[in-house]
Ligand binder design. Structure first.
Ligand code: ADP
Ligand code: MG
Length: 577
């Protein structure tokens, strides 16, 4: 018996028990190796005219034997010689695939898509197996060799039989214990599920014998009361869908295909409202396929909701929901990002460099923003519906970003215009503003109808200025975070003027003329005693009683001073709306 060529016992133990959070990824790793082996052979056929090969025959096969407790992963790829078995599987952290990838870097992504890189994936099989046997025959050789190990002491290599080139990895699963059940992997359903989850987009067919039922042919002499009989039979099925839809040219994919992909992968019954695809090349090459759902998932506004995009590296799933790829205010976006350039950590469950994610996230954000702007411009009705579903989250996101997201969100928000009686953007507000106006007015309150009646609103409207009516709790926080809206100069679009957002419930709107101001001062002076009497009658309930310059039918009204409005005070006090 040969010993592993490293401080193997400790290292192997570490490998098996510490680096992976999820032991079910063993199948992902073995299938990835099989795919690499097939890829290498395919590449050989492209570069070596002596190698005659039909691409259709290249495949990976997964099978199981419940009685023997084995799972077998077979490929008809490049195979390994005796030496290669020794070197590749006997040395932990030795990756021939990484070397292959480096040697053929230019072809990576086009002709080949090698997944392996760390030289540890294979050992993940010992998380579930008490014994692993690898039977391999190298392409072009007529010998086959079997490598075998229990993952503890070392391994043996012995002569074996194999009809064709390729490799079989045979796992004998561990016995169940009180805590651990390995039997799920010994079922058609369990294996299919893992293949679909992690390896759905591996480039070669992953086949399995699956059992099916069919109706037996009706006998010719069947009488009136014949009941159809059924039988089970097995058939070889390809489990993975292979072609990642995001790698196909947008013009080659129909809307139906995108919709179908969305619905099956993101468990929605309805078609998405928007489908956005993105292909980036350069220092970091990646594809992204993003969807805006047409309705909010039931848990969107609950604490348990997890945002994120699925992250793939060379067509293999790395993370289900990578949070870092989406800002909070676009948390409703679903989709995937795939890149062969990611520097993964050794377990291939996360990334080593967050800067790569950041770069992708920035681009994704920009793309979503421009798509939503387009949506708003081209399909107003659709956008308003979208905003009903997801606007609250965007407004909340603007607030939690302390306004830093206002460049992204400023043109995507809609508010109800008291004057135009419909939802409008800040841009539209500014466009319809009165001559000389340089302020955006808004009101907060319980309902649009009630706000429209308030003297604080009607007095501003009477001056010819529109007021945005904001009934949602989040609105005021959002407006405060936004604080102003940058408006390009008519003459010089490069110079921007910041229009402040002002709550009409605040005291000083500065809308009165000098004359009105003077008149108010005089009235205040001559009624000083009355106001003092009113203030002491309302002691503790009001800060002061004063004359207003606002023209209104109402005999009196309440305003606030400082940052906290009445509505906000209610929210902060936790009062019901
Ligand atoms: P990695 O895939 O990251 O290189 P692994 O531990 O998964 O690391 O595999 C180690 C090496 O073993 C691979 O680089 C490859 O050379 C070889 N290997 C593993 N599985 C197969 C296979 N099915 N066919 C041919 N070679 C294989
Ligand atoms: Mg591997």
């Amino acid at each position: 018996m040969k010993k592993f060529k490293t401080e193997s016992k400790k290292l192997l133990d570490l490998m098996i028990n510490s680096i992976y959070t999820n032991r079910e990824i063993f199948l992902r790793e073995l299938i990835s190796n099989a795919s690499d082996a097939v890829d290498k052979l395919y590449f050989k056929s492209l570069t070596d005219s002596d190698v005659q090969l039909s691409k259709d025959e290249l495949a990976i096969h997964v099978g199981f034997d419940e009685g023997a407790r084995t799972i077998t992963i077979s490929d008809n790829g490049i195979g390994m010689t005796k030496d290669e078995l020794d070197k590749n599987l006997g040395t932990i952290a030795h990756s021939d695939s990484q070397a292959f990838k480096t040697d053929n870097a230019e072809q990576q992504g086009d002709d080949i898509d090698i997944i392996g890189q760390f030289g540890v994936g294979f050992y993940s099989s010992f998380m579930v197996a008490s014994k692993v046997r690898v039977v391999s025959r190298a392409f072009g050789s007529d010998e086959a060799w079997a490598w075998e190990s229990d993952g503890v002491e070392g391994y043996t290599i012995a002569e074996a039989e194999r009809a064709e080139h390729g490799t079989d990895v045979i796992l004998t699963l561990k016995e169940n214990t009180d805590e651990d059940n390995y039997d799920t992997y010994l079922s058609e359903y369990g294996l299919k599920d893992l293949i679909k989850r992690y390896s759905n987009y591996v480039r070669y067919p992953i086949q399995m014998e699956v059992s099916k039922t069919r109706e037996k042919p009706k006998p010719e002499d069947a009488g009136e009361d014949y009941k159809p009989e059924y039988e089970t039979y097995t058939e070889t099925d390809t489990i993975n869908s292979m072609i990642p839809i995001w790698k196909r040219k947008k013009s080659d994919v129909t809307d139906e295909e995108y919709n179908e992909f969305y619905k099956t992968n993101f468990h929605d019954f309805a078609d998405p409202a928007r489908t956005v695809s993105l292909h980036a090349e350069g220092a970091l090459t990646y594809d992204a396929l993003l969807f805006v759902p047409s309705r909010a998932p039931y848990d969107l506004y609950s604490k348990d909701f997890k945002k994120g995009l699925a992250l793939y590296s060379s067509n293999v799933l790395i993370m289900d929901k990578c949070e870092d790829l989406l800002p909070d205010y676009f948390n409703f976006v679903r989709g995937i990002v795939d890149s062969q350039d990611l520097t993964l950590n050794i377990s291939r469950e996360t990334l080593q460099h967050n800067s790569q994610l950041k770069a992708i996230a920035r681009r994704v954000e920009k793309k979503i923003k421009s798509d939503l702007e387009n949506f708003l411009e081209k399909d107003r009705e659709g956008y308003e519906k979208f905003f009903e579903n997801f606007g609250r989250g965007m407004k909340y996101g603007l607030y939690t970003s302390y306004g830093t997201a206002k460049d992204v969100l400023g043109d995507l928000l809609l508010f109800y215009s008291a004057k135009q009686k419909k939802m409008i953007t800040f841009k539209e507000y500014v466009k319809a503003a009165a001559d000389g106006q340089e302020t955006i007015y808004y009101a907060t309150g319980d309902s649009v109808e009630r706000m429209a009646q308030l003297p604080i609103v009607t007095t501003v409207l009477a001056k010819g200025y529109d007021v945005l009516l904001c009934p949602e709790d989040v609105d005021e926080f959002c407006m405060m975070a936004m604080s102003d809206y940058a408006v390009p100069d008519a003459a010089d679009p490069d110079s921007l003027t910041a229009w402040p957002l002002k709550n009409v419930g605040g005291e000083n709107l500065g809308l009165e003329s000098d004359e009105e101001k003077k008149e108010a001062e005089e009235t205040a002076e001559s009624n000083k005693d009355l106001f003092e009497a009113m203030k002491s009658a309302l002691d503790g309930k009001v800060e002061k009683v004063a004359v207003s310059t606002r023209q209104t039918d109402a005999p009196a009204f309440i305003t606030t001073e400082g940052g906290v409005s009445l509505k906000m005070e209610k929210i902060l006090a936790g009062a019901p709306k």
